[in-house]
Ligand binder design. Structure first.
Ligand code: HEC
Length: 121
């Protein structure tokens, strides 16, 4: 294969890897990939990124009483625009440039599964 074609193929493959960490919107996979390092695999806010001097604890998604204070729209906004949009810490990053709408929807469902709660309507 000519060299240029070869690297074009590689670029496409790399693009696929970066662009789609999980095929279609699989909330569980997306969560593991983007959120678990801070919020913890089980959603308890104890991911490996969270060190002693982390200024705030990431939300514990298993606390239904806390998660019920948020509507699905609240969760969606925080995921898209980051902590500051809800007067929370910028340690919660914005994901609007990273995630597609269906991926954000899948993540909202994933968090509801973790808290086993429906949230504020
Ligand atoms: C770099 C660490 C980090 C990553 C990665 C991260 N978060 Fe957070 N998140 C935080 C922190 C810290 C808070 C708590 C902010 C506060 O209480 O001021 C938070 C808070 C939240 C909240 C709660 C906001 C509220 O009003 O209580 C939601 C929802 C949330 N994160 C969703 C997610 C989702 C979904 C992902 C993956 C796409 C994610 N986070 C990735 C650190 C992170």
């Amino acid at each position: 294969m000519p060299r240029t074609l070869n690297s074009a193929v590689l670029l496409v493959a790399a693009g696929l890897l970066v662009g789609t960490p999980a095929h279609a919107a699989d909330g569980g996979q997306l969560y593991k990939f983007y959120c678990a390092q801070c919020h913890g695999l089980q959603g308890k806010g104890d991911g490996p990124n969270v060190v002693k001097d982390f200024p705030v604890d990431p939300r514990n998604f298993t606390k239904a009483d806390e998660m019920n204070k948020l509507s699905d729209a609240d969760i969606r906004n925080v995921i898209l625009d980051g902590g500051p949009v809800a007067n929370k810490s910028p340690m919660m990053p914005p994901w609007s440039k990273t995630l597609a709408k269906d991926e954000v929807d899948a993540l909202v469902k994933q968090l509801r599964a973790l808290c086993k709660c429906k949230g504020k309507s």
